[in-house]
Design a protein around this ligand. Structure first.
Ligand SMILES: Nc1ncnc2c1ncn2[C@@H]1O[C@H](COP(=O)(O)OP(=O)(O)OP(=O)(O)O)[C@@H](O)[C@H]1O
Length: 499
C-alpha cells in the first residue's frame, strides 16, 4: 500500500511498470471500490443478478479485461453496463481507457478467444465476492482491501447514512408458513417500536430468505411514521466504520452518532464472530441504546444461542427480546413469490415454467429472483416467449449448479406421485394401463437420468427382464414423438427430478 497516495486517489506507480503481484493488488483494490459503487447505483438485486459473477482479468496498455461465465451474461452486461463499467474504471484509474468483456473460459478457436496477452492464471483475479469468502476469517488489520469505500475516510463521514432499499417493503414481501412469524414480529415492531418483549428483535435464518428485506421494510415504515431516526448497516460496515473512526481519531463522534438514533439495525451479525474489539464496541452501543429505550433489530444466520464465537454476555442480551426465525422456503411459497414478482414486472410466464423454477431452485429466494429476472430480461431482449426450453438454455449455468444425482427409487416415487398411483405398483406385477404406463415412464427416465444398465433397471422394477425395459423405452420415445402434451409431461417430470 506504500505506493498509494490517498489524497490524489491515484497510484504513483505506473501500471505498466508494476510487477504482476502489485498490479493484481492495485486492480483488486479498485475493483472492490467499483463493486461497492455498482451495488449502490444499480441496487443489490441487479448487482447480484448481473454483475456479481464478473471476475477481474488482466490489463494490456490501456485496456482492462473483465470476464463473465456465459455468453448470455456477457452480452447482457455489455449491452446494459458497458459504458458504466468504462466510466467507473476510467474515473478510478485514468490509465484505463477501455474495458473489454470476455468469456471466462476462452476456447482456442472461439470467436471469444482473448487477444490480450494477460489472460493467464496469474493475472486472473477472483471477484471481491469470491475473495471475501476466503478472507472472511482474516483480521481486518491484515486485509489488503481499503476500509473506506470512498475517497474520504468513513470515520470522518458522520453522520451515519442509512441506505434503505425502496423495493424492500412489507407490501412486496410474500408471506407463507416459513416466514409468517418473522413477518408478524417485524410488523409489530414497525407499528410499536421499543415495546417490551420485542426489543431487541432478532431475525435469523439461512442465506437469501428475506431477513434484510424485513429489516428495510421496518425501517421504511418507521421512517415514514415521522420523527424517528433509523440507522441500518451491515455488521461488516459497522466494523469498517468503527475501525475508520479509530484511525481518524473520531471514535467519540462515532459512538455519539450511533447512540443518538431511535432505531439501530445491524444486518448479518455473524460477521462479528472473531472480531473481538468490534463486538465489544457493539455490546456497549447495544446496552446504551436498550437502556435509553431505543429499538434494536439484528439479523444473523443462526439463533443467538447457536452463534458460538460471539461473547456469551452479548448472546444472552441478544436473546432477551423477540427471536424470530425464517425457515427454508416451501414449494408453495416459492410459487407465490415467483407469481408476485412476474406480476410486478408485468410479464406473463406460464405456470409450467414457474413450477419448474420453484422445483429447481430451492435454496434461496435471491437465486430464485435472480433466475426470474434473467428470464424476463432475456425475453425482452430477444422478444422470445419464455418456454421451458428457453428457460433451460438461459439459466444453463444456474441450473447446472443445482444438478444432483437421481436414484431409481426417487424416480419411482416422483412418477407415482405425479400419476397418482401407489409406489408399490412400480414393482408389482399389475399390467393395467393405469399403472403400466407410469411404470414405463419411470423406466424411461431411469435410463435417461441414471447410469444404470437395462438389466439393473429391470431388477429395480420388480425383477423384470431387460427386454421389458427396452420395450418401455421405445414405447415412451414413440409417444413423446407423437403426442406433444405427453412429451411435455415427461419433460416436466425429468426436470423436476433433476432439481
Ligand atoms: N418472502 C419474500 N417475498 C418477496 N421477496 C423476498 C422474500 N424473501 C426474500 N425475498 C427477496 O429475496 C432477496 C434476498 O432476500 P434478503 O436479502 O432479504 O435475504 P437475507 O436473508 O437477508 O440474506 P443474507 O443472509 O444473504 O443476508 C431479496 O431481493 C428479497 O426481496
Amino acid at each position: 500500500m506504500s505506493d498509494f497516495t490517498e489524497e490524489s486517489n491515484e497510484f504513483t506507480l505506473s501500471l505498466k511498470d508494476a510487477d504482476p503481484e502489485t498490479l493484481k493488488s492495485i486492480l483488486e483494490i479498485h475493483w472492490d471500490r467499483i463493486c461497492s459503487r455498482l451495488k449502490i447505483e444499480v441496487g443489490e438485486v441487479e448487482y447480484r443478478t448481473w454483475l456479481q459473477q464478473i471476475t477481474l482479468g488482466g490489463i494490456e496498455e490501456d485496456e482492462l479485461t473483465l470476464y463473465l461465465p456465459t455468453r448470455f451474461l456477457r452480452d447482457w452486461v455489455r449491452s446494459q453496463y458497458n459504458s458504466k463499467l468504462n466510466q467507473l474504471w476510467n474515473s478510478e484509474l485514468s490509465q484505463i481507457r477501455r474495458v473489454e468483456l470476455a468469456l471466462t473460459i476462452p476456447s482456442a478457436n472461439s470467436e471469444d478467444s482473448p487477444t490480450k496477452t494477460e489472460v493467464t492464471q496469474e493475472n486472473h483475479i477472483a471477484s471481491p465476492s469470491n475473495r471475501a469468502n476466503k478472507d472472511s476469517t482474516q483480521p481486518i488489520q491484515e486485509r489488503s482491501v481499503p476500509i473506506t469505500d470512498n475517497k474520504e475516510d468513513e470515520g470522518s463521514k458522520l453522520p451515519l447514512q442509512t441506505q434503505l432499499d425502496p423495493r424492500f417493503t412489507f407490501d412486496n414481501f410474500i408471506v407463507g408458513k416459513p416466514n409468517e412469524f418473522a413477518y408478524a414480529c417485524s410488523r409489530r415492531v414497525a407499528e410499536r417500536p421499543s415495546s417490551p418483549g420485542f426489543n431487541p428483535l432478532f431475525l435469523y435464518g439461512g442465506v437469501g430468505l428475506g431477513k434484510t428485506h424485513l429489516m428495510h421494510a421496518i425501517g421504511f415504515e418507521l421512517a415514514q411514521a415521522g420523527n424517528i431516526s433509523v440507522s441500518y448497516m451491515s455488521a461488516e460496515k459497522f466494523m469498517y466504520r468503527f475501525i475508520a473512526s479509530i484511525r481518524s481519531q473520531s471514535t467519540i463522534e462515532f459512538k455519539e452518532e450511533l447512540r443518538s438514533v431511535d432505531v439501530l439495525m445491524i444486518d448479518d451479525l455473524q460477521f462479528l464472530i472473531g472480531k473481538d474489539n468490534t463486538q465489544e464496541e457493539f455490546f456497549h452501543t447495544f446496552n446504551a441504546l436498550i437502556d435509553a429505550g431505543r429499538q434494536i433489530i439484528v439479523s444473523a444466520d443462526k439463533s443467538p444461542s447457536d452463534l458460538s464465537g460471539l461473547e456469551d454476555r452479548l448472546r444472552t442480551r441478544l436473546g432477551c427480546g423477540m427471536v424470530a426465525d425464517i425457515h427454508a422456503t416451501t414449494y408453495e411459497l416459492r410459487i407465490s413469490i415467483l407469481e408476485a414478482k412476474a406480476a410486478s414486472a408485468k410479464v406473463v410466464i406460464s405456470p409450467k415454467v414457474l413450477e419448474f423454477l420453484a422445483h429447481k431452485i430451492t435454496t434461496n429466494v435471491r437465486e430464485l429472483e435472480g433466475a426470474l429476472n434473467r428470464l424476463i430480461a432475456h425475453a425482452n431482449l430477444f422478444g422470445r416467449p419464455i418456454t421451458l426450453e428457453a428457460t433451460q438454455e438461459v439459466l444453463h449455468d444456474i441450473l447446472k449448479s443445482h444438478e444432483r444425482r437421481v436414484t431409481i427409487e426417487e424416480i419411482q416415487r416422483k412418477v407415482s406421485e405425479h400419476c397418482n398411483i401407489r409406489q408399490t405398483d412400480m414393482t408389482s406385477a399389475r399390467r393395467a394401463r393405469a399403472v403400466a404406463r407410469p411404470r414405463q415412464i419411470a423406466m424411461y427416465l431411469a435410463k435417461q437420468l441414471t447410469s444404470r444398465s437395462l438389466p439393473e433397471i429391470g431388477r429395480k422394477f420388480g425383477n423384470r427382464d431387460h427386454t421389458t425395459v427396452m420395450h418401455a423405452i421405445s414405447r415412451i420415445s414413440e409417444l413423446i414423438e407423437k403426442d406433444s402434451a405427453f412429451a411435455e409431461d415427461v419433460e416436466l417430470l425429468r426436470r423436476m427430478l433433476e432439481s
